[in-house]
Design a protein around this ligand. Structure first.
Ligand code: PLP
Length: 405
């Protein structure tokens, strides 16, 4: 760890040296964390000497702002994903500046690679070769792929009901796959117990501080890519709420560094039937018995492990949460694919659906970024619900010309 970088407890503010065995604040952590949001989440703090040192004409080298030196990262290229101006959608909706940040172009096809990449570097630096993780699917395929690039071994705890492509990815990357009878929340707790018994590094989202830190990198890229213009709105999908906290952490760092003057309006989007963070944000109460069910598997989370921190972070930056239905997710996925060439996961389409729902309250000259967190090919079965496979034609040109509608 670079020695000027520290951990700071998100609840009590206690400062810690970054150490390999330290995952949660010693004072705030709870003994029994099964099925609950985590208390005492640690966030990486930039060195004080960094304050106001990143002027707008300076090129950003992201490794300068991460707690692990560049030489420990595996040689696979993560991040620097395209920011695409959605010209056809702009035309249809009458907006001037809609941008799609497509993280499906990451090596394993999702935003999760940003976190896995930093976790892998952290493990390498600490001479750890085994990494355990629980996942709804993408954290698993991501950790498997990045670990294989680093020569590390990933141990995956995953619900047996995860989309097949994500399971196949893990196996192709050579990970040890442990599908369990039970949901993601069960897998989360089992993988922690597994790490306790084996001493393997645990990459669970929110629990491992490198996950929020790794997920901040998108904010640095966005500021770089958008150039002179400021970003007014960012729509992003929310499951455990680590992308949400990561993006906010990124902009908070950029503010500290003097690169930006204001944090964009952050809008977190959840599915109507997977709304743990939305409910907590709106009602200030946490339902530990909440049960989620949405077709968007990556954001189907009962109890969000980063629930407390995500709600707090969103309140600090005066962000907003909104809900959309599964039908809206399916239709926005297809609308996005067929009008922009970007085929994303249902969970990512949720972010676009959130924008469609809220757009009447947004002035058309504002700049809007939609965070598309995963590739559409990861879950073909769900994508097939909003399109129809055509009947086969006779292999005869006259027949085709006659019957083509
Ligand atoms: C994990 C994931 C999310 C949700 O991220 P959280 O940090 O759990 O809120 C959204 N989209 C995709 C594609 C994901 O893999």
């Amino acid at each position: 760890m670079k020695k000027d970088f520290k951990y700071k407890c998100d609840s009590c503010g206690q400062i810690y040296e970054i150490k390999k065995d330290l995952m949660l604040c010693q004072k705030c952590r709870e003994k029994d964390i099964e099925g609950k949001p985590l208390k005492g989440i640690l966030k990486v703090q930039l060195p004080e000497k960094f304050k106001n040192t990143l002027s707008s004409n300076k090129i950003i080298n992201i490794y300068d702002y991460l707690p692990i030196e560049e030489k420990y990262f595996p040689s696979i290229s993560v991040g620097n994903t395209p920011l695409i101006e959605a010209k056809n959608i702009q035309k249809i909706l009458g907006f001037e500046n809609i941008y799609l940040k497509f993280d499906g172009t990451n090596p394993t096809g999702s935003y999760k690679d940003r976190a896995s990449y930093l976790v892998s570097a952290f493990a390498k630096k600490n001479n750890i070769n085994e990494i355990a993780v629980a996942s709804t699917g993408n954290a698993a395929s991501s950790m498997s792929g990045i670990a294989s690039a680093a020569g590390q071994k990933a141990f995956i705890f995953m619900s047996e009901s995860a989309p097949k492509a994500k399971l196949v990815q893990c196996l192709q990357y050579g990970a040890k796959l442990i599908p369990i009878k039970g949901d993601y929340d069960k897998a989360f707790d089992l993988s922690l117990k597994f790490s306790e018994r084996t001493g393997y590094l645990n990459r669970n989202t929110a629990y491992n501080p490198m996950t929020i830190e790794g997920k901040k990198t998108v904010s640095f890229e966005l500021v770089d890519q958008i150039g002179e213009r400021e970003i007014d709105y960012i729509f992003l999908p929310v499951g455990d709420g680590v992308i949400l906290s990561g993006v906010i952490k990124g902009f908070t760092d950029l503010l500290y560094l003097g690169r930006i003057k204001k944090i964009p309006q952050i809008i977190g989007v959840q599915a109507e039937n997977s709304s743990f963070i939305y409910n907590a944000f709106k009602n200030n109460s946490y339902d530990f018995n909440y049960k989620a069910s949405t077709i968007a598997d990556s954001i189907s989370v009962n109890v969000a492990r980063n629930g407390y921190s995500a709600v707090k972070d969103l309140k600090v930056v005066k962000g907003e949460m909104i809900l959309i239905s599964d039908e809206e997710i399916l239709s926005s996925q297809h609308q996005l694919s067929s009008s922009s060439g970007v085929f994303c996961e249902p969970s990512s389409a949720a972010a676009f659906a959130g924008f469609l729902k809220m757009k009447k309250n947004i002035s058309q000259d504002k700049s809007v970024v939609i965070l598309l967190t995963g590739h559409g090919l990861k879950d073909i079965d769900t994508a097939l619900r909003s399109v129809k496979l055509p009947q086969t034609y006779e292999a005869d040109i006259n027949y085709i010309m006659k019957n083509l509608h």
